[in-house]
Write a protein that binds this ligand. Structure first.
Ligand SMILES: [Zn+2]
Length: 510
């Protein structure tokens, strides 16, 4: 069913292809001007249009009524290609035809002029799977290409293609499809199928598919196959896989904040909900890897795509003071857990151990006292007795504030819901004496918090949570949440909390 939808709406012209504009424009110019390369290399992730564009290119080259660069999709040549029965388009799946024989055969074929049309087009899909011998045979063909032959190599693993081949091809790097373009495409498909799909469902599919258009269309196909005229969030939830990365992100934030107990509780809740923990662990490893890379390269763009602005901002701040070495250690711990999951009787155990080990690796071991109190609810009242130890040591520092921040936001909801939302739009960036400095992207959020009545509420909550009078000082930063928060880079939380924990004889939560 899902494949049907994908095939049914597979683009037949350049104008129907979603995204990849940088590639379309160049190819269109080459077609219009007749200045074609003999060989093309399409590299990039799966399911984002490589083969589709290769076929449209083949069609355009052989179309009998081409207008500009666009194939007519109606003439016999176009129809034959569309229906997969053209003799002038040869598609080789290198994943199943790795041998030199196929390439030799291919070389034989190029010796003859195409039957009716101008070009014979060879699409070699999964080209990285070719054997060395096959690559060599291909190279010989590319070194002396017959005038009427065009080769299009498609691959998801460009690093496995020999340099000698790459240098003979015009290379195009395909990009994952942006979220908004996937959303628009899904909306279009749903309306063409005359089904009303809730906006939240479309967005959810787009997020789950992580930029892979084909996955997104397949998921939509699964939903449409419910056979309803109207699809609600509730109906969709029966079909759509749970969005793991959201949970994973929450879980990783727990680890980074040293909230081991919460992390372990989460694993157990997920297990009760029937979530596939192996898949969860895999996503956790992938996400930790991306965070590590982002930390090293300073490029948080891909994570931003997946996490959304709010989560990304928390993540950037939470990882700011974690060393790369500690991150690597945590990644290794979860890799180990992933392996352990395959051979354990207690399915949640490897992840629980990983959470505890991570706390050690990150130097975020909770004292038992804090951990036990932390699970009780509601947060504000119960958190009161856990604080004196820290307070005696005089330590209201940035790390403590950040740990307590979700609690403060939550507690403020009971006073005034929108005030809580305003405060949530900011994030603690420093502690100066009795003031918590909070960074805001928008001045008007801070303006609202500054109003006398509102400020008193915030102060009341702060004093309840921290057992001492504290206030808020806003700092406006328009780049806030746009990615790197560079100006915060210099802000380092002090080590008081760690010192206190050491002094109290902190232990790993069992
Ligand atoms: Zn045509």
């Amino acid at each position: 069913m899902s494949t049907t939808l994908y095939r049914k709406y597979r683009p037949q012209k350049f104008s129907q292809v979603v995204a990849q504009n940088h590639i379309k424009v160049t190819l269109q110019n080459e077609i219009s001007s007749g200045k074609l390369a003999h060989a093309y290399l399409f590299s990039g992730p799966r399911g984002i249009g490589k083969t589709t564009i290769a076929r449209i290119l083949a069609k355009a080259l052989n179309c009998q009524n081409r207008r500009g660069f666009e194939p007519c999709d109606e003439c016999p040549s176009c129809v034959e290609i569309r229906e997969g029965r053209s003799l002038d388009l040869v598609e080789i799946d290198a994943a199943s035809n790795r041998g030199i024989n196929e390439i030799r055969e291919l070389r034989e074929q190029t010796k003859y002029t195409p039957l009716k049309e101008k070009y014979k087009v060879f699409i070699i899909d999964e080209a990285h799977m070719l054997t060395n011998e096959a690559f060599n045979a291909l190279l010989k063909t590319l070194e002396e290409p017959p005038a009427h032959a065009i080769f299009i190599l498609a691959t998801t693993e460009i690093h496995k293609i020999p340099e000698t081949i790459i240098s003979r091809c015009q290379r195009f790097d395909y990009k994952k499809v942006p979220l908004n373009e996937i959303i628009l495409h899904l909306e279009d498909l749903a309306s063409r199928e005359d089904v009303k799909v809730a906006g939240a469902v479309i967005k959810n599919i787009a997020r789950i598919s992580e930029g892979y258009l084909r996955d997104a269309v397949s998921l939509l196909g699964q939903i449409l196959s419910l056979g309803e005229r109207e699809i609600t969030e509730e109906q969709a939830s029966l079909v759509l896989p749970k969005s793991h990365w959201q949970k994973v992100m929450e879980f990783i934030n727990f680890l980074f904040l040293g909230q081991t107990k919460e992390a372990i509780q989460m694993i157990n809740v997920l297990m009760e909900e029937g979530v596939d923990l192996e898949h969860f662990a895999k996503t956790a490893v992938e996400t930790l890897r991306k965070i590590l890379l982002a930390k090293v390269t300073g490029d948080w763009q891909e994570l931003g795509w997946e996490a959304g602005e709010e989560r990304l901002r928390q993540l950037v701040l939470n990882t700011k003071e974690i060393s790369t070495a500690s991150m690597v250690k945590v990644l290794e711990i979860f890799l180990e857990a992933l392996l352990g999951l395959k051979q354990t009787a207690i399915i949640q155990l490897p992840l629980e151990i990983a959470a505890v080990k991570s706390a050690e690796a990150l130097g975020k071991v909770q004292p038992i006292l804090t951990a036990e109190k932390a699970v009780q609810k509601p947060a504000v009242e119960k958190s009161v007795p856990q604080e004196p130890e820290i307070q005696e040591a005089g330590a209201i520092n940035l790390e403590t504030v950040r740990q307590k921040w979700p609690e403060i936001i939550e507690a403020l909801k009971d006073y005034n819901h929108s005030l809580s939302m305003f405060l949530k739009s900011g994030y603690p960036v420093a502690v100066q004496g009795k003031k918590i400095v909070v960074g805001f992207k928008y001045n008007f959020h801070y303006e609202r918090i500054k109003e006398d009545k509102n400020l008193r509420m915030v102060e009341e909550v702060l004093s309840k949570v921290f057992l001492k009078p504290l206030s808020i000082l806003g700092k406006i930063d328009e780049s806030f949440g746009n990615g790197l928060l560079d100006d915060l880079a210099g802000q380092k939380g002090d080590n008081l909390v760690k010192g206190v924990i050491d002094a109290l004889g902190g232990e790993v939560v069992k």
